[in-house]
Every structure is written in structure tokens, then in C-alpha cells.
Design a protein around this ligand. Sequence first.
Ligand code: G4P
Length: 530
Amino acid sequence: MSDFKDKVEKRRTFAIISHPDAGKTTLTEKFLLYGGAIQEAGMVKGKQRMRHAVSDWMEIEKQRGISVTSSVLQFNYQGYCINILDTPGHQDFSEDTYRTLMAADSAVMVIDASKGVEAQTRKLFKVCAMRHIPIFTFINKLDRDAKDPYELMEEIEAELGVETCAVNWPIGAGKQFKGVYERATKKVLTFEAVDGYKKEVTENVYHVDDEALKNVIDEDQYATLMDDVELLDGAGAQFDIVKIHEGKQSPVCFGSALTNFGVEPFLQHFLDFSMPPQPRMSDHGMIDPFSEDFSAFVFKIQANMNSRHRDRMAFMRITSGKFEKGMEVYHVQGGKKIKLNQSKQLMADDREEITEAYSGDVIGVFDPGIFSIGDTLTTSKEKFAFEGIPTFAPEHFASIRNKDTMKRKQFVKGISQIAQEGAIQIFTAIGGSFEDIVVGVVGVLQFEVLAYRLKNEYNVEIENTPLPYQFIRWIDNKDIDLNSLNLSSDTRKVQDLRGNNLLLFSNQWGINWATERNKGLELSEFSKNA
Ligand code: G4P
């Protein structure tokens, strides 16, 4: 195999999805520990310190009290080059969180064993399911009191609608969490902490019939394990790699990120079952990730790393070929050749200027204000464009008014530009007037970002009145007479900047009203005309 092909073959790019506090940061750190990117857990640890470590430009945002970034970490493990795309949670949750999932080939879903499936996991899962990407489940915090493992698997199946297959099985929970049983090899891995969990754990391996195992786990645990194994083998779903690759079955592993128990087996299984960079659909058909022509698409734009220069960084996922610093590529939507400069990649503990990157990697390049979300760059003779990135339904809405009507021009320019970057979505009354606009955001912090940026970059002050809408739906019917729609009195008709028609609803009841009383009305949660 050529060096290039080998490099692509060995790349794995995944996003971690979870509800805040499930252990995403801790698990990421432990991956880095096993990959040798850090020597000791705790070095880049503590959510705050880790963020510092991965990105100094975020510091600027932190000083302003805002943070709108999702980052990429790369590390090597057993000859693989692994990219982890962080999906921000907490108050950083935004449309970027969803878009990041568009750049991943698979997802790792971290679930807190005492809590099960939680709200944010559900939202992020939905987006992964839309793309049919493989989803690897890690049930975390087994060192604490945990729900019954069967119950957890059933909950995932019922709540998320995906089949689960236990790849390993926990022996005990809480203080009695001794290890995991590997179903394929019938081996029991028991763990011993090293240096207060800062280092990789010592792993002892026993065959399940090995007498010595009985010195490690007590009789009751052994008996329970035997019963569980019998039940799993008899009644559980059959492991099916094809279904895993299609996102129809999620392999499940158990462990504790904090104590490192089960982390390495999970990472190993992830590598066994995950796939190298996958082809992407374009208007010229599928683009082969192993093709030597460079191509990439922009999935995130981050503004104003340097507030004096109003510069932006465009994050792109490389979809084929090799990136070299300063290379000339064709920007399809701009219709021009451009040079890719100031390429950045986030390594485990530093932000580095990179000189080369491969299909599967994510890079950030300097954006003089020419890129939009979803844009394609390529060196291929065929000037194809990748499928657009969907626009995700905002969850918070506000009416935004420009305080000084003399500054209308700056207001329209600023708010349109910020919307183009994808930080907010703008909706106007049908007809497109900017006098009465509704701004929709996925994360509520984006309102603050908007006010801050309009003031600092465009010298415009706004007034923000929260609106009670909770749901938005794009109207898919192209030839519909909006005036004839029978809607509840609190439903509002608006349009987005592309002229698509939408409905804003205050509650589920309003959606039911609309669909029940307007036969043939097709509503969707994502904009298909991205
Ligand atoms: P997140 O990124 O998903 O939000 O979660 P994070 O890793 O920050 O973990 C949230 C809390 O849960 C942290 O505790 C972390 O130490 C703890 N945690 C993570 N994995 C495990 C685990 O396997 N077992 C146990 N018992 N706890 C775990 P914290 O006290 O909120 O923060 P910190 O001060 O320890 O950083």
C-alpha cells in the first residue's frame, strides 16, 4: 500500500456525544493518556485547564465571557491516527455542536451508568442517526452505583431506537466493580489502579474458566457473571458488524473513565469496529477519500480570533487527498483559486501550525471572509460541490430590534454576516423585511455573542425580547398557499434568508394542530435547502 493510502486507512475521526457531566472530558483525557499524548492524567485535566491547553484563542473569548468553539484533538494509538471532535455542551451548546457531527465518521456516546440516556445525548444522537454513522457506546462511571446493565441497554434501545449489543460486560459496580468480561474471547479483564488512577491501569487477563479468577472475584460475582453471560448469549442481539457500520446497532462497552477501568478495551474495540474516512456525496457523485486529489468542506467558521482584524478561521474536514501548507485549491462556491494559509490543527496539548494533513483530518485555515458553512475546496479537475450541511432547528427565539434607526445599514450588514457564519439564524416576516426580525439560536449564549459582536464590530446596539417559541419547522411543500393554512393563533409564519418558509410554534400542540388540519402539509426539523 502506498504511504498515502496507508495514512488515510489508519485515520479515525469521531465525535464524542454525551450529556454534560457524563464523563466526556475525562474519557477524552484517558484516550490521550493511552495514546501517549499526555504522560499523566491530570496534566491537562480539569475542564477549565484542558480548554486552556487546547486553545489559546479561546482565552480571548473567555475574557469576553463567551466561548463558541469546538475543538479537535489528534493523537496516535497503535499505529492509528485518531481525531476526536469535541462537541461543546453546557452553555456552549450551539449549532456548531451539531455541525461538528457532520465532520465525524462515527460517534462515541458516553452514558452515565447511574443516569442512563439524558436530554443532550438524545438530541445529538438524533443528528448522528440522520447520517447513519456508527455509534459506539461507553457506559461510564461503573465505579459508582449504577443502574442494572440490562436496564441501561434496554433504555438505549427504547429511547434512541437503536439495537444494542454488549461487547463486554461489567463484573460488579460501585466499589465492587472488578473488571469486564469480554464476550468474543471469553476473557475476564480485571483492573488495578496505578498511582491514584493517573497512569494507565494494570490489566490482568483470565480465561473465564481459569481457577485463578476465583481469587479475584468472589463466588457471588462469578455466579452472576455466568448467569448474565448465558442470558446475553441466549437473548441478546447478535453482534453484527454490517449493522454497526450502518448505525443500526451500537456496540456497548462498560467502564469507568475516572479510574481508567475498561477505557483501553473500549478504545481497542473502537479501532476494531470503526471505519477509515468514508466517502462523501457531492453533486458529481461519491468522492473517494483515498483519491489523491485534495478536497474538503467547511463545517465551522469561527470569527474574530483577533478582534482588531476581524479575521476568521474556517474549520474544514478533509474528505480526500493530502493538504500541504500554502497549497492552492479551488473554492467552488467562490469560483476562485485560493491559497490555504495559516493552517492550524489542535494537537493534544498545543495548537500547532501544520504543514500537512490527510483525508479524515480537520484543519482550521485563515478565512479572509470568503467562506460559508458547507463550502467545498478541491484540487480536482471536476469542480464538484459537497452536499450542503443541514440547518438545524434553533431552540431559542428572540425578537431583535436595532436601537438606533440611523444605523440600519450597519445593523443589516452585521446581522447578515453573523448569520452567514452560522452563529445565528435570522427569520423575517414573509416578504423578507428586516424591520421585524426573529433570531433563532440553538444555544442561548449565542444571543450574548450576537449583542457583543454587533456592538464591537458594527457599533450597533440592539434590544432583545425573548419570544415564547419552542419549535420551528421548515415547510417542505414548495407550492403551498401560506394564507390558506389553518394554524393555531400562536403559530407564526416566517421565512429564512434563503426564502424558505417556516412555522414557529410555542408548543407541540401547535404542531399537531398544523399537521392535523392541513392535510398534505410536510414539515421538517432540518432545512434541506442548505
Ligand atoms: P463532561 O465532559 O461529560 O461534562 O464530564 P467530565 O469528564 O468533566 O466529568 C464530570 C464529572 O464526573 C467530573 O467530576 C469527573 O471527575 C466525574 N467522572 C467522570 N468519569 C467518571 C467515572 O468514571 N467515575 C466517577 N466516579 N466519576 C467520573 P467533577 O467533580 O464534576 O469534576 P472534577 O473536579 O473531578 O474535574
